[in-house]
Write a protein that binds this ligand. Structure first.
Ligand SMILES: *Cc1c(COP(=O)(O)O)cnc(C)c1O
Length: 400
């Protein structure tokens, strides 16, 4: 196979992955300081990180946990969903958005995404609620960092009595305007709970890590308890009855705690969050200008300022149907793309569990067939961006 004609840049250049963390000396010093301190876990850094993120997003409570999947699991449990209930999410998401529902033993179902945003289709969800059993919880994903239509979804949550969880794993730093006010994703202005992930590919990292945010005192207390074995410390009884060691287990919980090492890294990263989001938007604007007309560029809805976790191009024209070839051509030039996502309802587990078949959710399935995520991360140089643009242009201006 002759690939040189479509490979203007040789692979002697360093690879450009679709995502990459950015770590500086201050991050390293913050983690080392914890290593030299008496407490590696359950020390002061976790509550500092929680307070910082809660304040940034505009939520009353933030509970740091081991990863974003644990955050979703606890949020789903706290919704009260269980056997005989129904949970609905987007088919175009990471597995954990659906798995968190399955872990409560509620039935999992999906509603398609809108082509304009690739987020949950609000009208389709309303129709689904009218026609059949209303869900107990809905997990709405801010796909690629674009805010889901939270105000409209929250209205449905009130009308049909479900708990709305915003899976904001892609959207720390994203915001949307509603009725003249700006709201941050994760702030729970229009959701009962929101979850974040601090995996290294996400907007900021703590190594592994996640957070649940909420404005509801009872939900916050429940989530904190579930994250720590279902155990509560009652200060009255500790001093009155037994002693300082006293604790009570009220329900079956988990050890989903974040360590202080992770929290110190996450907290240090928060200092650069706004700069990084700005840089991400700058890169997306350059890509959009360069690729407009060559392929379908990602949604950037009015009244939103997304943080853009990933840059998702959808192939069109002659290249529609040739994603595999495009993926391979990019890889040959040292650009390492990714695909977000294989529709969750088509995973064998969910096919067997829910019985969905190809064709159930055409927008998600069409997106999957055509989508590819190009390098997007805050430390990309202008030259890196130019390199991606040049390679993509060269490939797409030839026949597949
Ligand atoms: C990354 C991600 C998660 C899970 O986060 P982890 O920290 O990797 O467990 C959940 N939902 C979405 C949409 C994600 O992208």
């Amino acid at each position: 196979m002759n690939t040189t004609s479509t490979s203007p840049v040789t692979s002697s250049l360093p690879p450009l992955p679709y995502a990459r963390q950015q770590i500086d000396e201050a991050d390293i010093a913050a983690v080392v300081a914890v290593l030299r301190s008496p407490l590696l876990t359950q020390g002061p850094k976790v509550p500092e990180f929680e307070a910082c993120v809660a304040q940034y997003c505009g939520a009353k409570h933030a509970i740091a946990v081991a990863n974003g999947t644990a955050a979703l699991h606890l949020a789903a449990l706290a919704s009260g969903a269980g056997l005989d209930d129904l949970g609905i999410t987007s088919p175009l998401t990471f597995l954990a958005s659906a798995n968190c529902i399955a872990h409560t033993r509620a039935a999992v179902d999906f509603v398609d995404v809108m082509p304009e945003t690739l987020c949950l289709d609000v009208a389709a969800l309303a129709k689904r609620c009218d026609r059949g059993k209303a869900p107990k919880l809905v997990v709405a994903v801010d796909y690629a960092g674009v805010p889901a239509e939270l105000p409209r979804l929250y209205e449905l949550a009130q009308r049909y009595g479900f708990t709305l969880i915003e899976d904001a794993a892609h959207a720390l730093g994203s915001s949307y305007e509603y009725q003249g006010e700006t709201h941050r994703c994760g702030g729970c202005a229009h959701a009962q709970m929101a979850t974040l992930s601090f995996h290294p590919v996400k907007i900021i990292t703590s190594g592994e890590g996640g957070m649940v945010l909420t404005n509801d005192d009872d939900l916050a207390r429940r989530i904190r308890r579930l994250a720590c074995h279902g155990v509560e410390r009652d200060h009255d009884r500790m001093t009155r009855n037994d002693g300082p060691w006293y604790h009570e287990m009220h329900e079956l919980g988990f050890n989903y705690r974040m360590t202080d090492l992770q929290a110190a890294l996450g907290l240090s990263q928060m200092n650069r969050l706004d700069d990084w989001c700005r840089r991400r938007r700058e890169i997306v604007a350059r890509y959009n200008e360069a690729f407009c007309g060559l392929a379908d560029i990602p949604p950037w809805p009015e009244h939103t300022t997304p943080a853009f976790h990933i840059y998702v191009l959808r192939l069109s024209g002659a290249w529609r149907g040739h994603r595999r070839r495009f993926f391979e051509r990019l890889t040959e030039t040292g650009i390492i793309p990714q695909v977000h996502y294989i529709p969750v309802h088509l995973q064998p587990y969910y096919r067997n569990h829910v019985g969905h078949q190809p064709g159930s959710f055409p927008v998600a399935e069409d997106t999957y067939r055509r989508c590819i995520s190009l390098p997007l991360y805050s430390s990309m140089s202008d030259e890196d961006v130019s390199r991606v643009i040049e390679v993509v242009h060269t490939i797409l201006s030839h026949k597949p």
